[in-house]
Design a binder for this molecule. Structure first.
Ligand SMILES: Cc1cc2nc3c(=O)[nH]c(=O)nc-3n(C[C@H](O)[C@H](O)[C@H](O)COP(=O)(O)OP(=O)(O)OC[C@H]3O[C@@H](n4cnc5c(N)ncnc54)[C@H](O)[C@@H]3O)c2cc1C
Length: 425
């Protein structure tokens, strides 16, 4: 028997396993390793603080997410011993592999910023990238009646780079709907030079921040929190006072990636941007949030990449070369409050542009425009995730980004269609 082993059973790993289970030759086994017994639908973490979703509905038993033929090993990976083609689990057990797929995502590391994890953690400083953080923020917002609210991304890359904007827009509409908007000073503090990385989307999203009276503190690299004075400080010594700080801390890949010498400084794995093979390894694929690729760390990306990884696994099994076909395709809804959302669709080479999606001329979603339909699309995505994407049912959405339906503004193409334009990571 030959062994295909997948590390991590989140969005990317589970999708690959479910796509592969009926396609692998009968002399191949399919194992997936993840210690956690529950699968969390992370996009709902932005809704919990505003009571727009319950924590219970965001999780499902992991065992129910795998189709037949997949062996789930409920253990933690300690190391990848690439020289000997084996994975070392907690307790030192070894799992040999012929082909390995790494999909262990990334997580927040608040301990990287002095002051974040001090006595104010979950008192006046909150994350919303974990279920516990999101619930604690919800409970704090119930008691909050005014003051300085600061949303800060410590450094890039982060997963779902638009989530900090979404939490800001939703907070603004929450305070307005609860009649306390006039008592709240809301500040969006970002290491980027504007609301988003690319000019057309940055203009549209920055416009919403301006229209809603949300202050922006750009090019801000947070260095520490002065807990006694409740002040966020940057390396260039700018201070931003807060009564309630919503932080998006530094993100890093899994500890075993560091311990195995497979990652960069933040434990993201250097990955070939088109074939998704780990650089310097011809039998290890990487996808999802674990890569160092210059596209968004998003579930949509994980899904588009899963198709490429599955095809390339099958090519390798047949003795063929992997195909270099991943184009960096990403799309994300951006919840903007008041029952509306935007949608963006882009790739390595093309920045988010206005237009319609997914059917040219029809939509029904609008790109880079706030609409009710986009909001309904975002809510409908939950159902799609559990019932179609994760179980790997075929969908009529192209894997590669298409220009059909997009309306580039006049003059675009000079600055827009450049390599790296989709670098929203
Ligand atoms: C607040 C928020 C909002 C988001 N909104 C959106 C959105 O609207 N649209 C969108 O497309 N994406 C969104 N995302 C991003 C999306 O959830 C992730 O990009 C996606 O889950 C990435 O999939 P992944 O499989 O790479 O990582 P994950 O889904 O995080 O899975 C990683 C898995 O690896 C396992 N693992 C980690 N370490 C080990 C180890 N040592 N051994 C074994 N297993 C291990 C973990 O237990 C986990 O199950 C959002 C994320 C957040 C946090």
């Amino acid at each position: 028997m030959k062994n295909l082993v997948i590390l991590g059973a989140g969005t990317a790993g589970t999708t690959v396993a479910n796509m592969l289970r009926k396609k692998l030759p009968s002399d191949w086994s399919l194992k997936i390793i993840d210690p956690d017994k529950e699968h969390l639908f992370q996009p709902d973490l932005i809704f919990i603080p505003f009571d727009m979703q319950t924590p219970e509905k965001t999780i499902r038993p992991r065992k129910d997410t795998f189709g037949k033929g997949i062996e789930w090993i409920q253990r933690q990976v300690q190391q990848v011993d690439a020289d000997n083609n084996q994975v070392v689990l907690d307790g030192d057990e070894k799992v040999p592999y012929d082909l390995l797929v790494i999909a262990t995502g990334c997580n927040i590391r608040p301990e990287e910023t002095p002051g974040l994890l001090g006595e104010e953690w979950q008192r006046s400083i909150f994350d919303f990238y974990t279920l516990e953080g999101s619930i604690a923020l919800r409970d704090a917002l119930k008691k909050f009646d005014g003051g300085r609210v600061v949303v800060n991304t410590v450094e890039m890359p982060i997963k779902c780079p638009v989530a900090p904007l979404e939490i800001t827009f939703l907070a603004e509409s929450f305070f307005t709907e609860n009649g306390i908007r006039d008592n709240v000073e809301l500040t969006y503090v970002t290491p980027l030079d504007g609301a988003f990385t690319k000019p057309i989307a940055a203009k549209a999203l920055g416009g919403i921040l301006d229209d809603r009276g949300i202050k922006v503190e750009a090019e801000y690299n947070a260095s520490e929190v002065d807990v006694d004075r409740k002040v966020l400080r940057s390396y260039d010594e700018r201070e931003v006072p807060f009564d309630l700080l919503i932080t998006i801390p530094t993100h890093m890949g899994a500890q075993f990636i560091e311990d195995s010498g497979l990652g960069d400084d933040l434990a993201f794995i250097p990955t070939d941007r088109h074939s998704l093979l780990a650089k310097n390894h011809d039998n290890i694929f990487v996808l999802g949030d674990a890569t160092d690729l210059p596209t968004s760390k998003a579930g949509s990306v994980a899904h588009f990449q899963a198709e490429v990884v599955v095809d390339n696994v099958l090519h390798l099994i047949k003795g063929e070369s992997p195909k270099a076909v991943f184009d960096g395709h990403a799309n994300c809804f951006i919840e903007s409050g008041y029952g509306k959302a935007m949608l963006i669709d882009f790739n390595y080479d093309t920045e988010p542009l206005p237009g319609v999606y997914p059917v040219p001329g029809l939509g029904p979603m609008s790109l880079l425009k706030e609409t009710r339909m986009n909001h309904l699309g975002k809510l409908g995505f939950r159902w799609l995730y559990w019932n179609a994407l994760l179980p790997a049912r075929p969908l009529p959405v192209p894997n590669r980004m298409s220009m059909l339906g997009k309306r580039p503004p006049a003059g675009w193409g000079v600055i827009g269609a450049v390599e790296g334009a989709g670098n929203a990571a």
